[in-house]
Design a binder for this molecule. Structure first.
Ligand code: XMP
Length: 512
């Protein structure tokens, strides 16, 4: 049983971020329901407790409260935001109810560093998001830090190992926040730093085996980072009990299907079924030019093909998915298990219920960069682990106008040139996304002594951190020149290459 830090979840959107920061400190943590009995925490090897934030007021009727016995376990406790108010409420302090929330940057001044603020500067920028606040310290506590809005921004009772902070150390906007968490874990709880990516893999492999038993798991493999890492992890755990399905929708990049087959079938020896549905997709898309209609047809057809292929594979109990934490929408309503509501995955909506499949999502607590580390540790190549995002509807939203086999072929060939040059120059890994778009406009050109009248390819390359906003990437001119001259020379049907210099907003990353 590993030494565990328990994060009691009081419904904050940031609970998973706390868990993530603990992992960054290489310490094992587990998120528990807020009312988990103290005895259970003790039985499970918990050595320290973090009380998360939460949207409620400690006084409200619906307020989630912990088992009061946690304060008698003799274990260190760190209360964050709502967590510190719980400490006030349960240990004899006073919390003032306020209507307005205090939200945003604040300035912290540390008065007594103690163990929590050890080796930190005296003044730090912090991030607040709270309604109520502590107005009287519980007996045994002293104030350790103040902010412009609170004389009790940091409090401690070092004898009992109780620490509280009113702000959020887990968010990026709080300076040295991770150091505060590390100080609690190592300095106060004396946790061992023995939780690495390899430990996560070993632990998850055991969990998957225990859950799956002798059953079979099906997984839709798209070739993107998330489903690839989920496949590799499930395969490590259950080998041939895993069957992956890859749908060729006719809207894939050049060589994609062959690459996926060779990597997963031949290299990883995964039971991979490739379903060629390209004719069906292209037939349904014939004559469709409106972007939303294209997307709907592609989405619906995908679910249909995927469902049919799963049925033909035979009985399975589980559907594996590469859902990551950012895909998980937390329930705000306290009382439900906050992790139980998930976004319906865009490409398999409703499928698990209809087919009576249980979901297995081994990455659902991880963030993207953590998934990449897991993928690398499982032996996936860099091109997969650091792959740029690719939209579900594929080249269907990159061929403007009518999607025909001929237009797709031109786009595929142009895009292959661009990807090759991006890879060779190393820019593939420096930008968020880079791709070609097919424009169904003919322009005049000259090739050798001949007049040509051919299509236009647009280059789209963007920088971004989360795809919510993006800036067009300032690729070097010589790289752009190579891409352009190779496309017009090597790709039949293209006489002109243009560069998209729009940012998001107002433009989107994809053209449709
Ligand atoms: P936009 O075009 O909205 O794209 O700026 C933002 C990011 O999302 C990707 N994208 C999709 N991904 N299914 C996906 O899985 C989709 O339907 C889809 N549409 C856009 C896009 O490539 C970019 O990274």
């Amino acid at each position: 049983m590993p030494q565990t830090i328990a994060v009691l979840d009081f419904g904050s959107q940031l609970t998973q971020v706390i868990a993530r920061r603990i992992r960054e400190c290489q310490v094992y943590s587990k998120i528990y329901h807020y009312a988990t009995p103290a005895s259970k925490l003790r039985e499970e090897g918990v050595i320290g407790i973090i009380l998360s934030g939460g949207p409620q007021s400690v006084y409200s009727k619906k307020a989630p409260h912990p088992d009061p016995a946690i304060f008698k376990l003799g274990m260190p406790i760190l209360g964050i935001c709502y967590g510190v108010q719980l400490m006030g409420h349960f240990l004899g302090g006073k919390v003032a109810h306020s209507q307005a929330r205090e939200y945003g940057h604040g300035h912290l001044t540390i008065k007594r560093p103690g163990k929590l603020f050890a080796r930190l500067p005296r003044k730090l920028l912090i991030w607040n998001s709270h309604g109520d606040k502590l107005t009287r310290l519980p007996p045994g506590f002293v104030a350790t830090a103040v902010s412009e809005n609170s004389p009790y921004s940091g409090i401690e009772d070092p004898k009992r190992g109780f620490y509280g902070i009113q702000f959020h150390p887990e968010v990026f906007h709080t300076e040295r926040g991770v150091d505060m968490i590390r100080n609690f874990l190592l300095g106060v709880c004396r946790a061992k730093q023995d939780w690495t990516t390899r430990d996560f893999i070993a632990h998850t492999v055991n969990e998957i085996r225990a859950k799956v038993g002798k059953s079979r798991v099906l997984l839709g493999l798209s070739g993107g980072v998330d489903s690839s890492v989920a496949a590799a992890l499930l395969h490590k755990a259950i080998g041939r009990q895993l069957t992956c399905v890859f749908v060729d929708n006719g809207l894939l990049r050049k060589g994609e299907r062959a690459y996926v087959e060779s990597l997963y079938k031949r290299n990883f020896h995964i039971d991979l079924r490739v379903v060629d549905a390209s004719t069906l997709f292209l037939r349904r898309l014939k004559g469709i030019t409106e972007p939303e209609q294209k997307r709907k047809i592609i989405g619906r057809t995908f679910v249909e093909v995927f469902e049919k292929s799963l049925k033909s594979i035979g009985h399975a109990d589980f559907l594996g998915q590469g859902t990551l934490y950012p895909d998980v929408i937390e329930s705000i309503s306290i009382g439900n298990n906050p992790a139980s509501l998930i976004k319906t995955h865009h490409n398999v909506g409703g499928l698990p219920e209809r087919m009576k499949l249980k979901l297995i999502e081994p990455l659902r607590e991880l963030f993207k960069d953590e998934v990449r580390s897991v993928g690398a540790a499982l032996g996936l190549p860099k091109e997969v682990v650091w792959r740029q995002p690719f939209p579900g509807p594929g080249l269907g939203v990159r061929v403007m106008g009518d999607i025909t086999a001929a237009n797709l072929e031109i786009l595929r060939n142009a895009d292959a040139v661009l990807q090759d040059e991006m890879m060779k120059s190393g820019y593939y890994y420096k930008v968020w996304q880079s791709f070609c778009v097919f424009l169904p406009i003919k322009t005049v050109g000259v090739f050798g002594d001949e007049r040509t009248y051919d299509y236009v390819i647009a280059i789209r390359a963007v920088e971004s951190t989360d795809a919510m906003t993006a800036d067009w990437a300032k690729l070097p001119h010589d790289l752009l020149q190579r891409i352009s001259s190779r496309i017009t020379n090597e790709v039949r049907g293209v006489s002109r290459v243009v560069l998209d210099i729009s940012s998001k907003p107002p433009a989107t990353i994809e053209w449709e």
